[in-house]
Design a protein around this ligand. Structure first.
Ligand code: ADP
Length: 607
Protein backbone atom coordinates (compact mmCIF):
# COMPACT_ATOMS: atom_id res chain seq x y z
CA UNK A 1 0.00 0.00 0.00
CA UNK A 2 3.09 2.22 0.10
CA UNK A 3 2.63 5.19 -2.21
CA UNK A 4 5.21 5.56 -4.93
CA UNK A 5 7.33 8.31 -3.38
CA UNK A 6 9.92 7.93 -6.07
CA UNK A 7 7.31 8.71 -8.70
CA UNK A 8 6.22 11.82 -6.85
CA UNK A 9 9.83 12.95 -6.57
CA UNK A 10 10.45 12.23 -10.27
CA UNK A 11 7.25 14.05 -11.23
CA UNK A 12 8.21 17.08 -9.17
CA UNK A 13 11.59 17.13 -10.89
CA UNK A 14 10.05 16.76 -14.35
CA UNK A 15 7.50 19.41 -13.49
CA UNK A 16 10.17 21.89 -12.47
CA UNK A 17 12.27 21.23 -15.58
CA UNK A 18 9.33 21.35 -17.93
CA UNK A 19 8.06 24.45 -16.14
CA UNK A 20 11.40 26.18 -16.74
CA UNK A 21 11.53 25.05 -20.39
CA UNK A 22 7.93 26.15 -20.96
CA UNK A 23 8.67 29.52 -19.39
CA UNK A 24 11.68 30.04 -21.65
CA UNK A 25 9.63 28.99 -24.69
CA UNK A 26 6.73 31.25 -23.84
CA UNK A 27 9.07 34.13 -23.10
CA UNK A 28 10.90 33.65 -26.41
CA UNK A 29 7.70 33.52 -28.41
CA UNK A 30 6.21 36.43 -26.51
CA UNK A 31 9.38 38.52 -27.04
CA UNK A 32 9.29 37.79 -30.74
CA UNK A 33 5.62 38.62 -30.78
CA UNK A 34 6.32 41.86 -28.93
CA UNK A 35 9.12 42.70 -31.32
CA UNK A 36 6.90 42.19 -34.36
CA UNK A 37 4.13 44.15 -32.73
CA UNK A 38 6.51 46.95 -31.98
CA UNK A 39 7.66 46.98 -35.55
CA UNK A 40 4.09 47.13 -36.72
CA UNK A 41 3.37 50.06 -34.44
CA UNK A 42 6.51 51.75 -35.76
CA UNK A 43 5.43 51.04 -39.31
CA UNK A 44 2.05 52.52 -38.49
CA UNK A 45 3.68 55.65 -37.13
CA UNK A 46 5.92 55.99 -40.17
CA UNK A 47 2.99 55.31 -42.43
CA UNK A 48 1.07 58.09 -40.71
CA UNK A 49 4.09 60.41 -41.07
CA UNK A 50 4.51 59.38 -44.68
CA UNK A 51 0.87 59.93 -45.46
CA UNK A 52 1.10 63.38 -43.93
CA UNK A 53 4.14 64.24 -45.98
CA UNK A 54 2.64 62.93 -49.21
CA UNK A 55 -0.61 64.74 -48.55
CA UNK A 56 1.33 67.97 -47.90
CA UNK A 57 3.11 67.50 -51.23
CA UNK A 58 -0.15 66.79 -53.03
CA UNK A 59 -1.73 69.89 -51.48
CA UNK A 60 1.29 71.94 -52.49
CA UNK A 61 1.14 70.55 -56.05
CA UNK A 62 -2.52 71.48 -56.10
CA UNK A 63 -1.85 74.99 -54.73
CA UNK A 64 0.89 75.53 -57.32
CA UNK A 65 -1.50 74.42 -60.08
CA UNK A 66 -4.29 76.74 -58.91
CA UNK A 67 -1.89 79.65 -58.53
CA UNK A 68 -0.42 78.96 -62.01
CA UNK A 69 -3.91 79.04 -63.51
CA UNK A 70 -4.63 82.32 -61.75
CA UNK A 71 -1.38 83.74 -63.09
CA UNK A 72 -2.54 82.81 -66.59
CA UNK A 73 -5.75 84.84 -66.29
CA UNK A 74 -3.98 87.72 -64.56
CA UNK A 75 -0.38 87.56 -65.71
CA UNK A 76 0.49 91.00 -64.42
CA UNK A 77 -0.47 90.39 -60.82
CA UNK A 78 2.82 90.64 -58.93
CA UNK A 79 1.38 89.36 -55.62
CA UNK A 80 0.15 86.15 -57.20
CA UNK A 81 3.51 85.49 -58.77
CA UNK A 82 5.26 86.03 -55.45
CA UNK A 83 2.85 83.71 -53.79
CA UNK A 84 3.48 81.12 -56.50
CA UNK A 85 7.24 81.41 -56.01
CA UNK A 86 6.79 81.00 -52.26
CA UNK A 87 4.69 77.87 -52.78
CA UNK A 88 7.29 76.52 -55.22
CA UNK A 89 9.98 77.12 -52.61
CA UNK A 90 7.96 75.37 -49.89
CA UNK A 91 7.21 72.46 -52.17
CA UNK A 92 10.88 72.13 -53.11
CA UNK A 93 11.80 72.08 -49.44
CA UNK A 94 9.15 69.47 -48.73
CA UNK A 95 10.39 67.24 -51.52
CA UNK A 96 13.98 67.45 -50.24
CA UNK A 97 12.91 66.75 -46.68
CA UNK A 98 10.83 63.81 -47.91
CA UNK A 99 13.76 62.33 -49.78
CA UNK A 100 16.07 62.72 -46.81
CA UNK A 101 13.43 61.18 -44.54
CA UNK A 102 13.08 58.21 -46.83
CA UNK A 103 16.81 57.67 -46.66
CA UNK A 104 17.18 58.30 -42.94
CA UNK A 105 18.28 55.43 -40.72
CA UNK A 106 14.94 54.73 -39.10
CA UNK A 107 13.36 54.34 -42.50
CA UNK A 108 15.66 51.69 -43.81
CA UNK A 109 12.61 49.62 -44.63
CA UNK A 110 11.54 52.39 -46.94
CA UNK A 111 14.62 52.21 -49.07
CA UNK A 112 12.44 50.25 -51.45
CA UNK A 113 10.13 53.22 -51.68
CA UNK A 114 13.04 55.45 -52.31
CA UNK A 115 14.14 53.15 -55.13
CA UNK A 116 10.64 53.26 -56.59
CA UNK A 117 10.77 57.00 -56.49
CA UNK A 118 14.18 56.89 -58.12
CA UNK A 119 13.14 54.35 -60.78
CA UNK A 120 10.15 56.37 -61.71
CA UNK A 121 12.44 59.43 -61.96
CA UNK A 122 10.38 61.35 -59.48
CA UNK A 123 13.23 63.77 -58.78
CA UNK A 124 13.53 64.73 -62.46
CA UNK A 125 9.75 64.93 -62.84
CA UNK A 126 9.52 67.11 -59.74
CA UNK A 127 12.42 69.25 -61.06
CA UNK A 128 10.66 69.61 -64.42
CA UNK A 129 7.41 70.41 -62.68
CA UNK A 130 9.08 73.03 -60.52
CA UNK A 131 10.87 74.56 -63.50
CA UNK A 132 7.56 74.86 -65.37
CA UNK A 133 5.99 76.42 -62.28
CA UNK A 134 8.96 78.76 -61.89
CA UNK A 135 8.71 79.87 -65.53
CA UNK A 136 5.06 80.68 -64.97
CA UNK A 137 5.96 82.63 -61.86
CA UNK A 138 8.50 84.58 -63.82
CA UNK A 139 6.15 84.84 -66.76
CA UNK A 140 6.88 88.46 -67.73
CA UNK A 141 8.86 87.42 -70.74
CA UNK A 142 6.60 84.53 -71.72
CA UNK A 143 3.76 84.89 -74.22
CA UNK A 144 0.27 84.09 -73.12
CA UNK A 145 0.32 81.01 -75.29
CA UNK A 146 3.61 79.79 -73.79
CA UNK A 147 2.16 80.25 -70.29
CA UNK A 148 -0.90 78.29 -71.42
CA UNK A 149 1.21 75.40 -72.66
CA UNK A 150 3.23 75.41 -69.41
CA UNK A 151 0.10 75.34 -67.27
CA UNK A 152 -1.28 72.39 -69.22
CA UNK A 153 2.03 70.58 -68.80
CA UNK A 154 1.99 71.37 -65.08
CA UNK A 155 -1.58 70.09 -64.79
CA UNK A 156 -0.69 66.94 -66.71
CA UNK A 157 2.47 66.33 -64.68
CA UNK A 158 0.58 66.96 -61.43
CA UNK A 159 -2.33 64.67 -62.19
CA UNK A 160 -0.63 61.77 -63.98
CA UNK A 161 3.05 61.87 -63.01
CA UNK A 162 3.63 62.89 -59.43
CA UNK A 163 0.22 62.01 -58.04
CA UNK A 164 0.25 58.56 -59.52
CA UNK A 165 3.76 57.85 -58.29
CA UNK A 166 2.93 58.98 -54.80
CA UNK A 167 -0.24 56.90 -54.85
CA UNK A 168 1.82 53.94 -56.00
CA UNK A 169 4.21 54.32 -53.09
CA UNK A 170 1.30 54.71 -50.66
CA UNK A 171 -0.23 51.51 -52.01
CA UNK A 172 3.08 49.73 -51.43
CA UNK A 173 3.22 50.86 -47.83
CA UNK A 174 -0.37 49.79 -47.22
CA UNK A 175 0.45 46.35 -48.61
CA UNK A 176 3.38 46.06 -46.30
CA UNK A 177 1.21 46.99 -43.34
CA UNK A 178 -1.39 44.33 -44.22
CA UNK A 179 1.39 41.75 -44.60
CA UNK A 180 2.75 42.58 -41.15
CA UNK A 181 -0.72 42.31 -39.68
CA UNK A 182 -1.11 38.84 -41.21
CA UNK A 183 2.28 37.78 -39.84
CA UNK A 184 1.22 39.00 -36.46
CA UNK A 185 -1.98 37.00 -36.63
CA UNK A 186 -0.12 33.83 -37.65
CA UNK A 187 2.28 34.41 -34.80
CA UNK A 188 -0.60 34.68 -32.32
CA UNK A 189 -1.85 31.31 -33.51
CA UNK A 190 1.61 29.80 -33.26
CA UNK A 191 1.81 31.14 -29.73
CA UNK A 192 -1.51 29.51 -28.82
CA UNK A 193 -0.42 26.28 -30.52
CA UNK A 194 2.90 26.14 -28.68
CA UNK A 195 1.20 26.68 -25.32
CA UNK A 196 -1.27 23.91 -26.20
CA UNK A 197 1.53 21.53 -27.21
CA UNK A 198 3.36 22.34 -23.99
CA UNK A 199 0.25 21.48 -22.03
CA UNK A 200 -0.15 18.18 -23.90
CA UNK A 201 3.52 17.29 -23.37
CA UNK A 202 3.30 18.13 -19.67
CA UNK A 203 0.13 16.04 -19.40
CA UNK A 204 1.40 12.99 -21.28
CA UNK A 205 4.91 12.83 -19.87
CA UNK A 206 4.33 14.10 -16.38
CA UNK A 207 0.79 14.02 -15.16
CA UNK A 208 -0.65 11.02 -17.00
CA UNK A 209 1.40 8.36 -15.18
CA UNK A 210 0.99 10.19 -11.88
CA UNK A 211 -2.72 10.56 -12.46
CA UNK A 212 -3.23 6.89 -13.32
CA UNK A 213 -1.19 5.86 -10.26
CA UNK A 214 -3.24 8.20 -8.08
CA UNK A 215 -6.41 6.67 -9.53
CA UNK A 216 -5.26 3.11 -8.94
CA UNK A 217 -4.00 4.02 -5.45
CA UNK A 218 -7.34 5.59 -4.79
CA UNK A 219 -9.08 2.38 -5.89
CA UNK A 220 -6.77 0.33 -3.70
CA UNK A 221 -7.37 2.60 -0.72
CA UNK A 222 -11.14 2.38 -1.23
CA UNK A 223 -10.86 -1.42 -1.54
CA UNK A 224 -8.69 -1.54 1.52
CA UNK A 225 -11.11 0.60 3.54
CA UNK A 226 -14.02 -1.61 2.44
CA UNK A 227 -12.03 -4.73 3.38
CA UNK A 228 -11.00 -3.26 6.72
CA UNK A 229 -14.59 -2.27 7.41
CA UNK A 230 -15.90 -5.69 6.51
CA UNK A 231 -13.05 -7.39 8.39
CA UNK A 232 -13.81 -5.34 11.45
CA UNK A 233 -17.51 -6.18 11.09
CA UNK A 234 -16.67 -9.87 10.69
CA UNK A 235 -14.38 -9.74 13.70
CA UNK A 236 -17.09 -8.10 15.78
CA UNK A 237 -19.48 -10.86 14.70
CA UNK A 238 -16.76 -13.38 15.36
CA UNK A 239 -16.18 -12.08 18.89
CA UNK A 240 -19.89 -12.25 19.56
CA UNK A 241 -19.92 -15.83 18.21
CA UNK A 242 -16.77 -16.86 20.00
CA UNK A 243 -18.04 -15.47 23.25
CA UNK A 244 -21.23 -17.48 22.73
CA UNK A 245 -19.23 -20.55 21.70
CA UNK A 246 -17.06 -20.33 24.81
CA UNK A 247 -19.85 -19.51 27.21
CA UNK A 248 -22.05 -22.41 26.10
CA UNK A 249 -19.63 -25.25 26.96
CA UNK A 250 -18.34 -23.33 29.97
CA UNK A 251 -21.87 -23.12 31.34
CA UNK A 252 -22.22 -26.87 30.90
CA UNK A 253 -18.82 -27.61 32.48
CA UNK A 254 -19.30 -25.30 35.49
CA UNK A 255 -22.90 -26.36 35.98
CA UNK A 256 -22.21 -30.10 35.87
CA UNK A 257 -19.09 -29.86 38.02
CA UNK A 258 -21.24 -28.11 40.65
CA UNK A 259 -23.77 -30.89 40.25
CA UNK A 260 -21.09 -33.55 40.72
CA UNK A 261 -20.28 -32.13 44.17
CA UNK A 262 -23.66 -33.43 45.24
CA UNK A 263 -23.16 -36.82 46.98
CA UNK A 264 -26.76 -37.88 46.36
CA UNK A 265 -26.22 -38.19 42.63
CA UNK A 266 -26.97 -41.62 41.20
CA UNK A 267 -24.24 -43.48 39.30
CA UNK A 268 -25.77 -43.02 35.83
CA UNK A 269 -26.37 -39.32 36.57
CA UNK A 270 -22.71 -38.94 37.54
CA UNK A 271 -21.58 -40.72 34.38
CA UNK A 272 -23.79 -38.53 32.26
CA UNK A 273 -22.47 -35.37 33.96
CA UNK A 274 -18.84 -36.47 33.51
CA UNK A 275 -19.36 -37.31 29.87
CA UNK A 276 -20.96 -33.89 29.28
CA UNK A 277 -18.09 -32.11 31.04
CA UNK A 278 -15.58 -34.08 28.99
CA UNK A 279 -17.33 -33.41 25.65
CA UNK A 280 -17.62 -29.72 26.32
CA UNK A 281 -14.02 -29.41 27.50
CA UNK A 282 -12.87 -31.06 24.27
CA UNK A 283 -15.01 -28.74 22.27
CA UNK A 284 -13.40 -25.76 24.05
CA UNK A 285 -9.95 -27.10 23.30
CA UNK A 286 -10.61 -27.45 19.58
CA UNK A 287 -11.99 -23.91 19.59
CA UNK A 288 -8.79 -22.58 21.12
CA UNK A 289 -6.72 -24.52 18.57
CA UNK A 290 -8.68 -23.02 15.69
CA UNK A 291 -8.23 -19.50 17.05
CA UNK A 292 -4.50 -20.12 17.41
CA UNK A 293 -4.35 -21.46 13.85
CA UNK A 294 -6.13 -18.52 12.29
CA UNK A 295 -3.99 -16.03 14.16
CA UNK A 296 -0.90 -17.85 12.87
CA UNK A 297 -2.28 -17.80 9.34
CA UNK A 298 -3.12 -14.11 9.57
CA UNK A 299 0.36 -13.25 10.81
CA UNK A 300 1.98 -15.57 8.22
CA UNK A 301 3.60 -17.65 10.89
CA UNK A 302 2.42 -21.13 9.94
CA UNK A 303 5.30 -23.52 9.88
CA UNK A 304 5.04 -26.59 7.66
CA UNK A 305 6.82 -29.74 8.62
CA UNK A 306 7.29 -31.56 5.29
CA UNK A 307 8.39 -35.15 5.34
CA UNK A 308 7.64 -38.47 3.65
CA UNK A 309 4.38 -39.78 5.02
CA UNK A 310 2.30 -42.86 4.51
CA UNK A 311 -0.83 -41.76 2.68
CA UNK A 312 -3.11 -44.58 3.80
CA UNK A 313 -2.37 -43.69 7.44
CA UNK A 314 -4.02 -40.29 6.92
CA UNK A 315 -7.23 -41.79 5.56
CA UNK A 316 -7.23 -44.64 8.07
CA UNK A 317 -6.95 -42.38 11.08
CA UNK A 318 -9.56 -39.89 9.78
CA UNK A 319 -11.93 -42.74 9.07
CA UNK A 320 -11.28 -44.24 12.49
CA UNK A 321 -11.86 -40.95 14.30
CA UNK A 322 -15.06 -39.99 12.50
CA UNK A 323 -16.82 -43.28 11.86
CA UNK A 324 -18.48 -43.17 15.29
CA UNK A 325 -20.16 -39.92 14.38
CA UNK A 326 -21.31 -41.36 11.03
CA UNK A 327 -22.67 -44.42 12.79
CA UNK A 328 -24.52 -42.27 15.32
CA UNK A 329 -26.21 -40.36 12.46
CA UNK A 330 -26.69 -43.54 10.40
CA UNK A 331 -24.86 -42.03 7.46
CA UNK A 332 -23.21 -44.16 4.81
CA UNK A 333 -19.54 -43.22 5.34
CA UNK A 334 -16.84 -44.43 2.95
CA UNK A 335 -13.33 -43.71 1.70
CA UNK A 336 -12.16 -44.93 -1.69
CA UNK A 337 -9.39 -44.42 -4.21
CA UNK A 338 -10.36 -43.48 -7.76
CA UNK A 339 -7.02 -44.60 -9.14
CA UNK A 340 -3.75 -45.90 -7.77
CA UNK A 341 -2.22 -43.68 -5.14
CA UNK A 342 1.42 -43.31 -4.18
CA UNK A 343 2.31 -45.18 -1.03
CA UNK A 344 4.20 -42.19 0.32
CA UNK A 345 3.82 -38.50 -0.34
CA UNK A 346 5.97 -35.60 0.80
CA UNK A 347 3.83 -33.22 2.80
CA UNK A 348 2.96 -32.00 6.30
CA UNK A 349 1.09 -34.89 7.86
CA UNK A 350 -0.48 -32.93 10.69
CA UNK A 351 -1.80 -30.20 8.39
CA UNK A 352 -3.11 -32.61 5.75
CA UNK A 353 -4.93 -34.56 8.44
CA UNK A 354 -6.31 -31.32 9.84
CA UNK A 355 -7.76 -30.29 6.45
CA UNK A 356 -9.30 -33.68 5.69
CA UNK A 357 -10.62 -33.96 9.23
CA UNK A 358 -12.24 -30.53 8.94
CA UNK A 359 -13.83 -31.28 5.55
CA UNK A 360 -15.12 -34.69 6.53
CA UNK A 361 -16.19 -33.37 9.95
CA UNK A 362 -18.20 -30.61 8.23
CA UNK A 363 -19.71 -33.08 5.76
CA UNK A 364 -20.90 -35.27 8.64
CA UNK A 365 -22.06 -32.24 10.60
CA UNK A 366 -24.19 -30.83 7.78
CA UNK A 367 -25.61 -34.17 6.60
CA UNK A 368 -28.53 -35.74 8.39
CA UNK A 369 -29.16 -38.65 6.04
CA UNK A 370 -27.57 -40.22 3.01
CA UNK A 371 -23.82 -40.42 2.58
CA UNK A 372 -20.42 -38.86 3.08
CA UNK A 373 -17.87 -40.12 0.58
CA UNK A 374 -14.16 -39.34 0.44
CA UNK A 375 -12.63 -40.17 -2.94
CA UNK A 376 -8.98 -39.70 -3.77
CA UNK A 377 -7.02 -39.73 -6.98
CA UNK A 378 -3.44 -39.12 -7.99
CA UNK A 379 -2.62 -36.98 -11.01
CA UNK A 380 0.77 -38.18 -12.07
CA UNK A 381 1.45 -35.49 -14.68
CA UNK A 382 1.21 -32.71 -12.13
CA UNK A 383 2.18 -34.91 -9.15
CA UNK A 384 -0.99 -33.81 -7.37
CA UNK A 385 -3.13 -35.59 -4.83
CA UNK A 386 -6.82 -34.75 -5.26
CA UNK A 387 -9.34 -35.51 -2.51
CA UNK A 388 -13.10 -35.10 -3.12
CA UNK A 389 -15.30 -34.86 -0.03
CA UNK A 390 -18.92 -35.46 -1.12
CA UNK A 391 -22.01 -35.34 1.03
CA UNK A 392 -25.79 -35.47 0.61
CA UNK A 393 -26.33 -32.76 3.22
CA UNK A 394 -27.96 -29.34 3.44
CA UNK A 395 -25.94 -27.79 0.61
CA UNK A 396 -24.74 -24.19 0.31
CA UNK A 397 -26.40 -21.26 -1.47
CA UNK A 398 -24.41 -19.34 -4.10
CA UNK A 399 -24.43 -16.26 -1.91
CA UNK A 400 -23.06 -18.19 1.10
CA UNK A 401 -20.37 -19.94 -0.90
CA UNK A 402 -18.77 -16.61 -1.77
CA UNK A 403 -17.99 -15.95 1.88
CA UNK A 404 -17.22 -19.40 3.27
CA UNK A 405 -13.45 -19.27 2.87
CA UNK A 406 -13.13 -15.91 4.56
CA UNK A 407 -12.09 -16.11 8.19
CA UNK A 408 -14.85 -15.54 10.73
CA UNK A 409 -17.60 -16.08 8.11
CA UNK A 410 -20.25 -18.75 8.36
CA UNK A 411 -22.93 -19.92 5.96
CA UNK A 412 -25.56 -17.87 7.72
CA UNK A 413 -26.73 -17.08 11.20
CA UNK A 414 -29.36 -19.80 11.15
CA UNK A 415 -26.76 -22.46 10.31
CA UNK A 416 -24.65 -21.12 13.14
CA UNK A 417 -27.55 -21.30 15.59
CA UNK A 418 -28.46 -24.85 14.62
CA UNK A 419 -25.01 -26.38 14.08
CA UNK A 420 -22.67 -24.11 16.07
CA UNK A 421 -19.05 -23.57 14.98
CA UNK A 422 -16.75 -20.59 14.59
CA UNK A 423 -16.62 -20.15 10.84
CA UNK A 424 -12.85 -20.62 10.90
CA UNK A 425 -12.51 -24.21 9.70
CA UNK A 426 -12.72 -23.62 5.94
CA UNK A 427 -10.59 -20.46 6.03
CA UNK A 428 -7.90 -22.37 7.92
CA UNK A 429 -8.17 -25.40 5.63
CA UNK A 430 -7.91 -23.35 2.46
CA UNK A 431 -4.83 -21.47 3.71
CA UNK A 432 -3.22 -24.73 4.78
CA UNK A 433 -4.06 -26.38 1.42
CA UNK A 434 -2.34 -23.48 -0.32
CA UNK A 435 0.58 -23.87 2.05
CA UNK A 436 0.82 -27.50 0.92
CA UNK A 437 1.06 -26.38 -2.72
CA UNK A 438 -2.60 -26.83 -3.64
CA UNK A 439 -6.01 -25.33 -2.99
CA UNK A 440 -9.45 -25.99 -1.57
CA UNK A 441 -12.64 -25.19 -3.46
CA UNK A 442 -16.30 -26.06 -3.65
CA UNK A 443 -16.66 -28.30 -6.71
CA UNK A 444 -20.43 -28.31 -6.71
CA UNK A 445 -23.26 -27.73 -4.29
CA UNK A 446 -27.04 -27.70 -4.34
CA UNK A 447 -29.25 -26.61 -1.50
CA UNK A 448 -30.93 -29.66 0.05
CA UNK A 449 -28.97 -32.06 -2.20
CA UNK A 450 -25.40 -31.88 -0.95
CA UNK A 451 -21.95 -30.49 -1.51
CA UNK A 452 -18.62 -31.62 -2.95
CA UNK A 453 -15.40 -29.98 -1.80
CA UNK A 454 -12.23 -30.63 -3.77
CA UNK A 455 -8.85 -30.51 -2.09
CA UNK A 456 -5.61 -30.57 -4.08
CA UNK A 457 -2.12 -30.74 -2.67
CA UNK A 458 1.30 -31.09 -4.15
CA UNK A 459 2.15 -34.76 -3.58
CA UNK A 460 5.92 -34.27 -3.82
CA UNK A 461 6.17 -37.94 -4.67
CA UNK A 462 9.70 -39.28 -4.73
CA UNK A 463 10.80 -41.52 -7.57
CA UNK A 464 11.34 -44.44 -5.25
CA UNK A 465 7.85 -44.55 -3.78
CA UNK A 466 5.51 -47.32 -4.83
CA UNK A 467 2.23 -46.61 -6.53
CA UNK A 468 -0.20 -48.88 -4.76
CA UNK A 469 -1.83 -51.26 -7.19
CA UNK A 470 -4.91 -52.31 -5.32
CA UNK A 471 -7.25 -49.46 -4.70
CA UNK A 472 -8.71 -49.92 -1.27
CA UNK A 473 -12.48 -49.82 -1.23
CA UNK A 474 -13.00 -48.96 2.38
CA UNK A 475 -10.48 -48.06 4.98
CA UNK A 476 -11.69 -50.40 7.64
CA UNK A 477 -10.04 -48.74 10.52
CA UNK A 478 -7.03 -50.32 12.07
CA UNK A 479 -7.06 -47.71 14.75
CA UNK A 480 -6.27 -49.11 18.10
CA UNK A 481 -8.90 -48.47 20.72
CA UNK A 482 -7.13 -46.88 23.69
CA UNK A 483 -9.30 -48.90 26.02
CA UNK A 484 -7.66 -52.06 24.63
CA UNK A 485 -4.06 -50.91 25.10
CA UNK A 486 -2.16 -53.14 27.50
CA UNK A 487 1.12 -51.82 28.88
CA UNK A 488 1.53 -54.28 31.67
CA UNK A 489 5.16 -54.62 32.66
CA UNK A 490 6.18 -51.24 31.21
CA UNK A 491 7.77 -48.66 33.51
CA UNK A 492 6.89 -45.08 32.77
CA UNK A 493 8.23 -41.94 34.45
CA UNK A 494 5.92 -38.91 34.41
CA UNK A 495 7.67 -35.59 35.13
CA UNK A 496 5.50 -32.54 35.84
CA UNK A 497 5.85 -29.85 38.51
CA UNK A 498 2.05 -29.39 38.60
CA UNK A 499 0.90 -32.19 40.90
CA UNK A 500 -2.69 -32.19 39.65
CA UNK A 501 -1.40 -32.81 36.10
CA UNK A 502 0.83 -35.71 37.04
CA UNK A 503 -1.97 -37.23 39.10
CA UNK A 504 -4.30 -37.03 36.10
CA UNK A 505 -1.73 -38.55 33.70
CA UNK A 506 -0.97 -41.23 36.27
CA UNK A 507 -4.68 -42.11 36.37
CA UNK A 508 -4.88 -42.25 32.57
CA UNK A 509 -1.84 -44.49 32.13
CA UNK A 510 -2.40 -46.70 35.14
CA UNK A 511 -5.53 -48.01 33.37
CA UNK A 512 -3.20 -49.68 30.82
CA UNK A 513 -1.45 -51.71 33.51
CA UNK A 514 1.84 -49.76 33.21
CA UNK A 515 3.93 -49.08 36.34
CA UNK A 516 4.04 -45.34 36.82
CA UNK A 517 6.57 -43.25 38.73
CA UNK A 518 6.05 -39.55 39.32
CA UNK A 519 8.68 -36.79 39.55
CA UNK A 520 7.78 -33.17 40.39
CA UNK A 521 10.88 -31.39 39.16
CA UNK A 522 13.81 -31.76 36.78
CA UNK A 523 16.40 -32.72 39.38
CA UNK A 524 14.14 -35.35 40.96
CA UNK A 525 13.43 -36.76 37.49
CA UNK A 526 17.13 -37.09 36.58
CA UNK A 527 17.81 -38.83 39.89
CA UNK A 528 14.99 -41.35 39.39
CA UNK A 529 16.13 -41.90 35.78
CA UNK A 530 19.62 -42.74 36.98
CA UNK A 531 18.32 -45.11 39.65
CA UNK A 532 15.73 -47.02 37.61
CA UNK A 533 15.62 -48.25 34.03
CA UNK A 534 12.33 -46.95 32.58
CA UNK A 535 10.74 -47.94 29.29
CA UNK A 536 9.55 -44.39 28.54
CA UNK A 537 9.66 -40.89 30.06
CA UNK A 538 7.08 -38.10 29.75
CA UNK A 539 8.94 -34.88 30.46
CA UNK A 540 7.44 -31.45 31.12
CA UNK A 541 9.49 -28.53 29.72
CA UNK A 542 8.86 -25.65 32.08
CA UNK A 543 9.91 -26.49 35.61
CA UNK A 544 11.27 -24.35 38.43
CA UNK A 545 14.59 -26.11 39.23
CA UNK A 546 16.03 -27.40 35.96
CA UNK A 547 13.88 -27.28 32.85
CA UNK A 548 12.98 -30.16 30.54
CA UNK A 549 15.79 -29.44 28.08
CA UNK A 550 18.48 -29.50 30.78
CA UNK A 551 16.96 -32.64 32.31
CA UNK A 552 16.96 -34.31 28.87
CA UNK A 553 20.68 -33.64 28.38
CA UNK A 554 21.51 -35.16 31.79
CA UNK A 555 19.24 -38.18 31.20
CA UNK A 556 20.67 -38.86 27.76
CA UNK A 557 24.16 -38.64 29.16
CA UNK A 558 23.25 -41.45 31.50
CA UNK A 559 21.30 -43.59 29.01
CA UNK A 560 20.25 -42.40 25.58
CA UNK A 561 18.31 -45.49 24.50
CA UNK A 562 15.12 -44.71 26.38
CA UNK A 563 12.39 -42.77 24.51
CA UNK A 564 11.77 -39.41 26.16
CA UNK A 565 8.65 -37.49 25.09
CA UNK A 566 7.98 -33.83 25.73
CA UNK A 567 4.62 -33.29 27.43
CA UNK A 568 4.01 -29.57 27.42
CA UNK A 569 1.42 -26.81 27.16
CA UNK A 570 3.48 -25.24 24.32
CA UNK A 571 1.56 -26.11 21.19
CA UNK A 572 3.34 -23.81 18.72
CA UNK A 573 5.24 -25.35 15.80
CA UNK A 574 8.42 -23.53 16.81
CA UNK A 575 8.40 -25.39 20.12
CA UNK A 576 7.83 -28.72 18.34
CA UNK A 577 10.87 -28.09 16.17
CA UNK A 578 12.87 -27.13 19.24
CA UNK A 579 12.00 -30.31 21.14
CA UNK A 580 12.73 -32.46 18.09
CA UNK A 581 16.10 -30.80 17.62
CA UNK A 582 16.90 -31.23 21.32
CA UNK A 583 16.40 -35.00 21.04
CA UNK A 584 12.87 -35.66 22.30
CA UNK A 585 11.30 -38.54 20.37
CA UNK A 586 7.82 -37.04 20.50
CA UNK A 587 5.86 -33.95 21.49
CA UNK A 588 2.50 -34.27 23.28
CA UNK A 589 0.56 -31.16 24.17
CA UNK A 590 -1.47 -30.36 27.28
CA UNK A 591 -4.36 -30.45 27.75
CA UNK A 592 -4.40 -34.03 26.56
CA UNK A 593 -7.12 -36.64 26.56
CA UNK A 594 -6.66 -40.12 28.04
CA UNK A 595 -6.99 -41.50 24.51
CA UNK A 596 -4.25 -39.28 23.04
CA UNK A 597 -1.90 -39.88 25.96
CA UNK A 598 -2.34 -43.67 25.95
CA UNK A 599 -2.06 -43.94 22.15
CA UNK A 600 0.92 -41.55 22.10
CA UNK A 601 2.78 -43.64 24.68
CA UNK A 602 1.72 -46.92 23.02
CA UNK A 603 2.94 -45.69 19.63
CA UNK A 604 6.42 -44.86 20.98
CA UNK A 605 6.74 -48.02 23.00
CA UNK A 606 5.92 -50.07 19.88
CA UNK A 607 8.83 -48.58 17.89
P1 ADP B 1 -17.69 -23.86 11.19
O1 ADP B 1 -16.70 -24.14 12.27
O2 ADP B 1 -18.65 -22.81 11.56
O3 ADP B 1 -18.31 -25.08 10.62
P2 ADP B 1 -16.33 -23.74 8.67
O4 ADP B 1 -15.41 -22.70 8.13
O5 ADP B 1 -15.81 -25.11 8.74
O6 ADP B 1 -16.81 -23.19 10.06
O7 ADP B 1 -17.62 -23.70 7.77
C1 ADP B 1 -18.21 -22.49 7.48
C2 ADP B 1 -19.62 -22.67 7.01
O8 ADP B 1 -19.62 -23.36 5.76
C3 ADP B 1 -20.49 -23.47 7.91
O9 ADP B 1 -21.05 -22.65 8.92
C4 ADP B 1 -21.56 -23.99 6.95
O10 ADP B 1 -22.54 -23.01 6.77
C5 ADP B 1 -20.81 -24.13 5.63
N1 ADP B 1 -20.39 -25.51 5.33
C6 ADP B 1 -19.17 -26.05 5.43
N2 ADP B 1 -19.14 -27.33 4.99
C7 ADP B 1 -20.40 -27.60 4.60
C8 ADP B 1 -21.02 -28.77 4.03
N3 ADP B 1 -20.34 -29.91 3.81
N4 ADP B 1 -22.34 -28.68 3.75
C9 ADP B 1 -23.02 -27.55 3.97
N5 ADP B 1 -22.49 -26.43 4.48
C10 ADP B 1 -21.21 -26.44 4.80
Amino acid sequence: MAFNNNLIFETKKKLKTSGAISLIFIMLISSFYLYLNNQLVNDQKIFAEYSLKVKTQIFLINDILILSEKVESEPSRVVLKKELLKEIFIYKNEVEKFQQWLLSEKNQNYEKLYLILRDKKVAQKTEKYLNLAKSIARSDKLSKQEINVNIRSIAKAASSGLGEILEDVTFNIENKRIESLKELEILSWINVLVILILFIVVWIYIYKSLFSIILSQDEKITDFVVKVESASKSKTNFLANISHEIRTPMTVIIGYIDLLKNDDLKRHEKEEAISLVSDNAHHLLSLINEILDISKIESNKVHYNFKDIELSEIFTSTYGLLKVKAEEKKIDFSFKNINHLPEHIYTDEKRLKQIIFNLVGNALKFTDEGFVKVESEYKEASDTLVVYVKDSGIGITAEQSKRLFRPFEQGNEKVNRVYGGTGLGLAISQSLARGLGGDLKILQTQVGKGTTFVLTIDAGTSETTRIIDTPCENYTSEVVDHNDVDLTGKKILIVDDAKENSRLFNAYLSSTGAAISLAHGGKDAVKQYQDTTFDLVLLDLQMPDIDGYQALVLMKKHNNKIPILALTAHAMDEERIKTKEAGFVGHLTKPITAEDLILGVFHHLKK
